[in-house]
Design a protein around this ligand. Sequence first.
Ligand code: KE4
Length: 428
Amino acid sequence: MITTSSFKTTKSEEIFAAAQKLMPGGVSSPVRAFKSVGGQPIVFDRVKGAYVWDVDGNQYIDYVGTWGPAICGHAHPEVLAALHDALEKGTSFGAPSALENVLASMVIEAVPSIEMVRFVNSGTEACMAVIRLMRAFTGRDKIIKFSGCYHGHADMLLVQAGSGVATLGLPDSPGVPKSATANTLTAPYNDLEAVKSLLAANPNEIAGVILEPVVGNSGFIPPDVGFLEGLRVLTHEYGALLVFDEVMTGFRIAYGGAQEKFGVTPDLTTLGKVIGGGLPVGAYGGRKDIMSLVAPAGPMYQAGTLSGNPLAMTAGIKTLELLQRPGTYEQLDRITKKLSEGLLQIAQEATGGYISAMFGLFFTGETVRNYEDAKKSDLAKFSRFHRGMLERGIYLAPSQFEAGFTSLAHTDEDIDRTLAAAREVLSN
Ligand code: KE4
């Protein structure tokens, strides 16, 4: 167990200093840089189960889980064994493999909206492709997204985005031409009236609505009762498509994702993270009549050298097999309930919650229903909390505008240790 006095990060600091000379901000993805929580990021040496060890030998209980993929725990022995076998056959084919059929069948069987699926290499690619598909199918150009939702870094989606964009307080992003975002309309999350107004004001022009069915990229924000159902009715009414971006929630909120949990079936779904078991993957899928437009079956072009590669397919297949085991989601719900309710009890002036293996905490007494609300929470207090927990061996997402993730590897003892650390940090 780390204590504040034993918390040494000398090697992390050396490696990160060198990294900043080699890579912008010293990282391969902005949110890893700890910009909004202060201090320096710790440099990972290895991960296993619910734990991370940094290059200085400190061990942490990990609630980021490489941003979602590690839902079965890091470096799961059965995933590693499957990958070892797959490696013997090569790392990339660039040609059809039976493994793609296996994972595709598992995804189609699990996710209510998906009748056909296309694999890509990231959630960004999946969301970029699904926007193109929405437009190809409807012949319309405009889309609606929600402020604070993040769907990867494709130009047309970098509008009032969450996650790292929100973390860094960027007003969107330079380099994105106005022409690329002119057709991207935004509404506050959980605001059906705002969506209805946009649909009515742009008759026959809106290809579809894309959202995180449970928001993780503004911090954890669940849909109001009736919000998802309302979007389903409105999009039907206006001939627009409904797209659930389940890159984060897929196979985490439930085996069939948020659409299974809430009983609302979109027209299209994007996936990522969990279905690659820690290797680069993304996917988009949905109604057969829509997916049949995707090249080479149809004219909508999308491609990728490493799409469907045998290693990501193997890790994804094994991960979903592990998640199919009886009791999985009951265990994830139990352990996350204990953590989330414990944190809220300790934190007092705080709000938040959890659904299955996804949780969040805002330091505010007000309800957080959208990104604007989230921004009003005490961000400075979150930063102090993050640092205090890190110094006690608890690794939380380094941004208020991210969700926390548990896994099948987290134990009651881990949760007890986490709550003990939170009591110490929040009592100071
Ligand atoms: P990737 O391109 O990072 O694989 O997926 C983009 C994406 C799309 N949709 C949702 C709902 C997502 O959460 C993401 C990516 N999530 C962030 C963390 N909130 C990835 C971490 C990072 O950017 O480093």
